[in-house]
Design a protein around this ligand. Structure first.
Ligand SMILES: NC(=O)c1ccc[n+]([C@@H]2O[C@H](COP(=O)([O-])OP(=O)(O)OC[C@H]3O[C@@H](n4cnc5c(N)ncnc54)[C@H](O)[C@@H]3O)[C@@H](O)[C@H]2O)c1
Ligand SMILES: O[C@H]1[C@H](O)[C@@H](O)[C@H](O)[C@@H](O)[C@H]1O
Length: 339
């Protein structure tokens, strides 16, 4: 391994370009060697000013570029399975943006491929695990002073959804964060999912079922409700309140300024995830680079990516059928058993 970890970044859209900048200027310990995007203008724009980084249009060419020791996947979810399998075939450690793979069958193929290797290579980009407010919530819940968690009330709002965002993606791509955060906070597995919805908001594109109200039941007897609203128009808001046997704990609003004057409080609301979770992405990528340089893999695993995909799939079934849907999980390979 070189003095700086040589990274190939696949996908140079919103997240990919942001991660290139982060690897180049913020986290330390890594250098971007190659960026691949089928849109050459995006790849070129992402590497502009990044010393020694090559812009390419083929993902596999980026994995094979000289000096590549690890891969950050930030292409659309549908491209993740091929990219993960190509990285595994080369023995390259990976940080893969969520959703690991949309759909449980493809997600399970990734788990099985990694289990065949017999060692973990993939970390999944569930960045809320690295967010300071979420980490504090987890440490309060783990401390036990509030007793067991009975309910998690979650709100997840985006200003607007990107083109091509489907009703299923509200669950597969967006609620995926709450599915993972709930498993991580509670240490329980999702057992069933129900989805209710009000009339679609006129602010949502024609045909998009937005907002939705998703309820997860866990195998430990907790309920997790999630309001997902991806065209709320007003701000990027993520809230989470844990209601416990002896009290409750909730995440504060995003790190921003609240100004009180003339009898009112004016509080800043971030407009997107790049602002709300800037610090969490930095911490996530820094932890990945540090662990990778030490030959270790930490953070959310391919198994966590699979459970999120299988739970989201149950959620999409519930949305489509209007009935409660059970979560079916394959047996967990030994590679992912807790130490
Ligand atoms: N963790 C988070 O909060 C967060 C936030 C936004 C997006 N994401 C995830 O990041 C990923 C990318 O999302 P985005 O918003 O940056 O999308 P985007 O559409 O802005 O960018 C995706 C880029 O990937 C390129 N691409 C398409 N196929 C490719 C392939 N096979 N190989 C390489 N590049 C390819 C596209 O040309 C595009 O430039 C998705 O998985 C998304 O769910 C995560
Ligand atoms: O891909 C994005 C990303 O995961 C954001 O964190 C989430 O708020 C959006 O809903 C989703 O579309």
């Amino acid at each position: 391994m070189g003095e700086l970890l040589g990274v190939a970044v696949l996908g140079a859209g919103h997240m990919g370009a942001d991660h290139v900048r982060r690897l180049d200027r913020t986290v330390g310990g890594a250098r971007v060697v190659a960026v691949a995007d089928p849109d050459p203008a995006r790849a070129e724009a992402a590497v502009a000013g990044v010393a020694g980084a090559k812009a390419l249009t083929e993902a596999e060419a980026a994995l094979d570029a000289p000096g590549v020791e690890a891969v950050l996947i930030a292409s659309p979810g549908e491209a993740h399975e091929a990219a993960l399998l190509a990285a595994f075939a080369r023995g390259l450690p990976v940080l893969c943006e969520k959703p690991m793979v949309p759909g449980s069958a493809g997600a399970l193929r990734v788990v099985e491929a990694e289990a065949r290797l017999g060692r973990r290579l993939a970390q999944i980009g569930f960045m809320r695990r690295h967010d300071t407010a979420y980490a504090r919530l987890k440490s309060v819940l783990d401390g036990g002073s509030l007793g067991r968690v009975l309910m998690l009330h979650c709100v997840h709002r985006n200003v607007s959804s990107p083109p091509g965002f489907t009703s299923a993606m509200l669950i597969e791509s967006s609620v995926a964060h709450e599915i993972d955060a709930a498993r991580w906070l509670l240490g329980q597995e999702p057992a069933a999912v129900s989805v209710l919805r009000p009339r679609p908001s006129p602010g949502a594109p024609e045909g998009l079922l937005d907002p939705q109200f998703v309820v997860l039941e866990t195998d430990g007897g907790a309920l997790v409700d999630v309001e997902i609203f991806v065209n709320c128009g007003s701000g990027y808001e993520v809230r989470c309140e844990a209601v416990c046997e002896k009290g409750s704990a909730r995440l504060g609003q995003a790190p921003g300024l609240a100004v009180t004057a003339a009898g009112t409080v004016r509080e800043e609301v971030p407009q997107d995830y790049l602002v709300r979770f800037a610090d969490a992405y930095d911490r996530e990528v820094r932890a990945w680079v540090d662990a990778t340089r030490r030959g270790r893999v930490t953070g959310a695993s391919a198994w966590d990516g699979y459970v999120a995909a299988a739970t989201a799939e149950a959620g999409v079934r519930a949305l489509q059928t209007g009935t409660r849907s059970t979560v079916h999980l394959a047996p967990r390979p030994a590679l992912y058993h807790p130490a």
